[in-house]
Structures are given as structure tokens and as C-alpha cells.
Design a protein around this ligand. Structure first.
Ligand SMILES: [Ca+2]
Ligand SMILES: [Ca+2]
Ligand SMILES: [Ca+2]
Length: 139
């Protein structure tokens, strides 16, 4: 006689995965996003893409950049002067903003309307690495 073995398998599919997406390391990305209510200036072309992320945002006029340092991506002080170093701009302040060549709002200048972006200031009147003041029309 032969015995037929029957294997009864019970598979308990206790496969319940609770996937908690880890908080994205937002701090690791450049500050190329400019939030509402600000004008954002960048030390490099193209909002610092692929470059050292020195940036700074403004909510009101600043007549002289000589006493402003760039911020790092994590908002820390870069200890690098932002005077004569702006290369691109995003405007989200809600009105136009003008960059000026010299402190006190004089010299060559370029105006950027609300919601505009310019990743290459070399072909603007203000030029590359020349801005020393910002005039925000509505503040
Ligand atoms: Ca620059
Ligand atoms: Ca330009
Ligand atoms: Ca200047």
C-alpha cells in the first residue's frame, strides 16, 4: 500500500507594511525656490543651479549691500559679501523691484516685475556682479 501524503499549507500573509515616507531632505536642495512676498537674489547664474548656493531674499529696500552677506542653503551665514555679486533674480514680492549698480540707488539699474525670473543678469543694464542696492516699489 502507498500512503499519499497531503500537505496542507497555510500561509498566513501577515504582510502589512506601514510605509512612512521619510521627510524629504528639503534642506539638501538649493534655494532656487523663491517664496511669496520676497525678492530672491543669487550669486550664480540660473538661481545657483549646480553652483555654490549663495542666495538672499529681501522683503524691503536695501540701499547698500556692502553690509549684507550671502546665506548658505541652510540659511546660515556664508560670510561672503553679496555686494557686486548678484547674477540672477526671482521676484515674488508682489510689485516691481529695481536692482541698482551703486549704493543709494544710483548708476545702472534694471527693474524686474512681480513674478518675473531672470537667470542671467549679464545681458541686463544692471549687468553681472554689479548690484549694490535694491528698491522694492511697494515696500
Ligand atoms: Ca555672481
Ligand atoms: Ca537677463
Ligand atoms: Ca555695485
Amino acid at each position: 500500500m502507498r500512503l499519499t501524503k497531503k500537505a496542507a499549507g497555510l500561509i498566513a500573509a501577515a504582510t502589512l507594511f506601514t510605509v512612512v515616507a521619510p521627510a524629504a531632505a528639503a534642506a539638501a536642495s538649493p534655494r532656487s525656490t523663491c517664496y511669496g512676498g520676497r525678492v530672491c537674489l543669487y550669486a550664480g547664474y540660473d538661481y545657483n543651479r549646480g553652483q555654490v548656493d549663495h542666495w538672499r531674499d529681501f522683503v524691503s529696500d536695501d540701499s547698500n549691500f556692502a553690509d549684507n552677506n550671502w546665506l548658505n542653503w541652510d540659511f546660515s551665514n556664508s560670510w561672503t559679501s553679496m555686494d557686486n555679486d548678484t547674477s540672477s533674480i526671482r521676484n515674488r514680492i508682489g510689485c516691481s523691484a529695481t536692482l541698482w549698480q551703486h549704493p543709494g540707488y544710483t548708476g545702472a539699474h534694471s527693474t524686474f516685475t512681480h513674478n518675473s525670473n531672470d537667470g542671467y543678469l549679464a545681458n541686463n543694464a544692471i549687468g553681472n556682479d554689479r548690484a549694490s542696492a535694491i528698491d522694492i516699489w511697494c515696500r
